[in-house]
Write a protein that binds this ligand. Structure first.
Ligand code: CUV
Ligand code: SF4
Length: 644
C-alpha cells in the first residue's frame, strides 16, 4: 500500500518529487514508500546487538536492566557488535575486490586478444609497470598489459608478504603504523576468508582483535578494491580528463531511444555506449532522433568521467528513472541495484537487463557479460532497447524538465595538469601554498550514497555548502557527487557558495585553464575512485614531508546506504583521516566498539584516533557535522603550525 506522503519531505530534487507524485498516482511503490513501511527500524539491529551466527540463537542483548546481557554462547554486546562490524566491512569490501578482479581478468583477456577491448590508457600502463619493477624494453603494449594483469591476478594467491597494490600506493608512514599493529593484508581473498572465519561462531571473541581484523579488511578495501579497480580501469579505458556533462532526470530525452546504465562495472557500461553509437542509425530508422545513454549511480560516474555521459539520478531514486516512461532499457551489473526495479519496470515498456553471470534479478531479462563476449552483449542489449521503442506508452510519458551543467574528470593526473598551468616545475606548489596560507582551509571528501531514510541530496549539499563557506575545498565521488552535480556545485557558477578566499583560488586556477573558475567541488569519480582521493592525499603528504594523518583534510558520507561507505570510510580512518557519517553505523550497542571508533586520543580505552590519527564522527545534522569537521581540520592545521 502506498501511504500518502509529502514528496518535498523525501527529496530536494524537484524532478524526483514530480516523479514520486506520478508514481503515487499510478499506484507504483518505490524505495521511499518501502523505507517508510520499515519504520520503526529494529532497535537491536540498529545498535548491532543482534546475532544470527548460529542456531543456538538468534540472540540479542538487551539495553535495559532486565533481559539478557549475553548470547546463548556467552557472547557479550562488545563481542557481538565487533563480529557484526567485521562482517559488515567484508560486505563492503568484497564487491569492490571482485570488481577489481573482474577488471584484471578483462585486461588479461584484452591483452591476449580474446576480449574485444583496446588498451586506451597506455600512460597509466607504463606507470604501473614501472612501479611494479617490470622492464618495458622491446615489449608491446599487450605484452606489458598481460604481465600487469597476471601480477594482479596472481596477487590473489599470495600466502605471505603484503598485497602488491598496497605497496604501490600506500604512504610509508601509514605502512609503518600498520606494520606495528600487524594488520597488513596478504591477499584479498585470504583476508576475506580469514575475516569470515574470525567472526564465525565460537571463533574470535576478543573485541580488540576483531577490530584489528576490521582494519585489515579496510586495507583490503583500499588497495585490492579501490586502487586495483581504478588503476586497471584507467589502463583499459583511459585516465579521466576534465569533461562537461548534464545532470538530472531531464537528460532522459523524449524523442530518443533511452538506455540507462546502472551499477558499477565499466566493462559493461562502456560496451553499451560503444554499441549505442554503432547502432544509432537504426534508432533513426524507427523514427527516433538516436540513442541516448544516461547513467545512474556509479556506472554513471565511470561513463561521466571518461565519456562525458550525462547523469539522470542517484541511488535513492533509481526506480523513478523508469517512472518517466521513457526508458527502453535499464542495464545493470553489480552493486546498489534494487530488486524493486523489476516490479517498476513491469508497469512500463522498460526492459530491465542483468548482465553478470553470478548476479541476476528475479523476473528480469539477462544478457550475459564475459570479457570475450562483450561485443555480443553490447549489441544484443542495444537491439533489445531498440525493439522496445515502439512499445512506448505515450500516455505514461513524463520527463521532468531542466538539466544542470557539471564538470567532472578530476583524476589526480588531471588535477596536476590543471595546476601545472600555474607552476609547471612544481604543480602541487600552488595548491600547498593556498593550504598553507589558509586560502584553502582544508579539503573534505564528500562521498557515498543517498538513502531513502534521509531526505535525498539534502545532507550531501548542505554539508558541502557550509564547508565551502568556510573556504574548505570539496572533492567528491559516488552518489554524493551526483547530489552536488544536481545542485550546481560541480559547475564554475557554484563558487557563489565559497568563502572569498577559496573563490579567489578557484578563479585563479580556472583562469589559467581557460575557465571562469574551477568548480567548488571536484568530481573524482565512482566509489572505487576514492582511490584517486587517496592518491591525492599521499601526493600532498609526500610533497610536504608529513604523514597523511597530519594533513588538514577529512572525509564525509552524509547519506550513507551501502556497507561500502563504511569500508571505504574505515580505510581512510586507517590512514589517519577523520570520517563523518550522517547515519549511525550499527555499533552503538557496544561501548567498547563505539569508543574505539569515535573516541578521542587519550580516552580510557584504545581508539583509532590514538592508533591511526583519525576517527569516526556520527552526526545527522549536516551543519553541525560541518563544524565538527572544521574544528578537526583547524586542530590539524594548528599541529602543523598553520594559521586558520
Ligand atoms: Ni559505488 S555505494 S549508493 S552506487 S555511492 Fe551510490 Fe556508488 Fe553508494 Fe551505491
Ligand atoms: Fe547466540 Fe552466540 Fe549463536 Fe550468536 S553465536 S546466535 S550470540 S549463541
Amino acid at each position: 500500500m502506498i501511504k500518502t506522503f509529502l514528496a518535498t519531505d523525501l527529496t530536494i530534487d524537484t524532478g524526483v518529487q514530480e516523479l514520486l507524485l506520478k508514481a503515487n498516482s499510478e499506484g507504483i511503490e518505490t524505495a521511499f514508500d518501502r523505507a517508510k513501511q520499515q519504520e520503526p527500524h529494529c532497535k537491536f539491529g540498529l545498535a548491532g546487538v543482534c546475532c544470527r551466527r548460529c542456531m543456538m540463537g538468534p540472540c540479542r542483548i538487551s539495553f535495559g536492566e532486565k533481559g539478557a546481557k549475553r548470547g546463548g554462547c556467552g557472547a557479550t554486546a562488545d563481542q557481538i557488535v565487533a563480529r557484526n562490524l567485521l562482517t559488515l566491512i567484508v560486505d563492503g569490501a568484497t564487491p569492490h575486490v571482485e570488481h577489481a578482479r573482474e577488471v584484471a581478468h578483462t585486461l588479461l583477456e584484452a591483452a591476449e586478444g580474446i576480449a574485444p577491448y583496446e588498451i586506451k590508457g597506455k600512460d597509466k600502463l607504463w606507470k604501473i609497470a614501472l612501479d611494479l619493477g617490470l622492464t618495458l624494453e622491446g615489449k608491446s603494449t599487450n605484452e606489458v598489459a598481460k604481465e600487469v594483469a597476471l601480477i594482479a591476478l596472481q596477487d590473489f594467491q599470495k600466502q605471505t608478504g603484503v598485497a602488491t597494490w598496497l605497496s604501490l600506493h600506500a604512504h610509508a608512514k601509514s605502512v609503518e603504523t600498520w606494520e606495528k599493529l600487524n594488520i597488513l593484508p596478504r591477499n584479498a581473498h585470504l583476508e576475506i576468508a580469514n575475516a569470515i572465519n574470525k567472526a564465525a561462531m565460537g571463533c574470535d571473541s576478543d573485541p580488540l582483535n576483531l577490530l584489528l581484523g576490521v582494519m585489515t579488511m579496510a586495507l583490503v578495501e583500499g588497495y585490492d578494491g579501490l586502487h586495483l579497480s581504478t588503476d586497471l580501469s584507467d589502463v583499459l579505458f583511459g585516465t579521466p580528463k576534465l569533461v562537461k556533462a548534464q545532470y538530472n532526470m531531464g537528460v532522459i530525452k523524449a524523442d530518443y531511444v533511452n538506455i540507462a546504465v546502472h551499477g558499477h562495472i565499466p566493462m559493461v557500461s562502456e560496451k553499451v555506449v560503444e554499441w549505442s553509437r554503432k547502432l544509432n542509425g537504426e534508432a533513426k530508422a524507427l523514427g527516433a532522433q538516436g540513442i541516448n545513454v544516461i547513467g545512474i549511480c556509479c556506472s554513471a560516474n565511470e561513463l561521466l568521467m571518461r565519456q562525458g555521459v550525462s547523469v539522470a539520478t542517484n541511488f535513492a531514486s533509481q526506480e523513478l528513472a523508469i517512472v518517466t516512461g521513457a526508458l527502453e532499457a535499464m542495464v545493470v551489473d553489480a552493486q546498489c541495484i534494487m530488486p524493486g526495479l523489476q516490479k517498476v519496470a513491469e508497469c512500463y515498456h522498460t526492459e530491465l537487463i542483468s548482465t553478470l553471470p553470478n548476479i541476476k534479478i528475479e523476473g528480469s531479462s539477462h544478457v550475459e557479460f564475459s570479457p570475450a563476449k562483450a561485443d555480443q552483449m553490447g549489441e544484443e542489449i542495444v537491439r533489445k532497447a531498440l525493439a522496445r521503442y515502439t512499445e512506448r506508452d505515450m500516455v505514461k510519458l513524463q520527463i521532468p524538465k531542466g538539466t544542470v551543467e557539471a564538470y567532472a574528470g578530476f583524476s589526480v593526473e588531471q588535477i596536476v595538469e590543471v595546476l601545472s598551468k600555474i607552476n609547471q616545475e612544481d604543480p602541487l606548489q600552488p595548491f600547498i601554498q593556498a593550504l598553507t596560507d589558509g586560502d584553502i582551509l582544508g579539503v573534505v571528501a564528500i562521498v557515498g550514497c543517498t538513502n531513502p531514510r534521509v531526505k535525498q541530496d539534502w545532507a550531501n549539499t548542505e554539508l558541502a555548502k557550509e564547508l565551502l563557506k568556510h573556504n574548505v575545498l570539496i572533492v567528491a565521488t559516488g552518489c554524493s557527487a551526483h547530489s552536488l552535480g544536481k545542485f550546481g556545485l560541480l559547475s564554475p557558477e557554484g563558487i557563489e557558495y565559497c568563502g572569498p578566499k577559496l573563490a579567489n583560488v578557484l578563479k585563479t586556477m580556472g583562469e589559467a585553464n581557460g575557465l571562469t573558475s574551477l568548480p567548488p567541488a571536484w568530481h573524482m569519480g565512482s566509489c572505487v575512485d576514492n582511490s584517486r582521493i587517496d592518491d591525492l592525499l599521499v601526493a600532498l603528504a609526500n610533497r610536504v614531508g608529513v604523514g597523511v594523518r597530519d594533513l588538514p583534510v577529512a572525509g564525509s558520507s552524509p547519506e550513507p546506504q551501502s556497507p561500502k561507505a563504511l569500508s571505504i570510510g574505515t580505510f581512510f580512518i586507517a590512514q589517519g583521516v577523520d570520517v563523518h557519517i550522517g547515519l549511525n553505523a550499527p555499533i552503538s550497542g557496544s561501548p567498547f566498539v563505539e569508543n574505539a571508533l569515535t573516541g578521542d586520543k587519550g580516552d580510557f580505552a584504545v581508539t583509532t584516533d590514538e592508533l591511526f590519527g583519525g576517527k569516526l564522527i556520527y552526526e545527522e545534522d549536516p551543519i553541525k557535522a560541518a563544524h565538527v569537521l572544521l574544528q578537526r581540520i583547524i586542530k590539524k592545521r594548528t599541529a602543523l603550525g598553520l594559521q586558520s
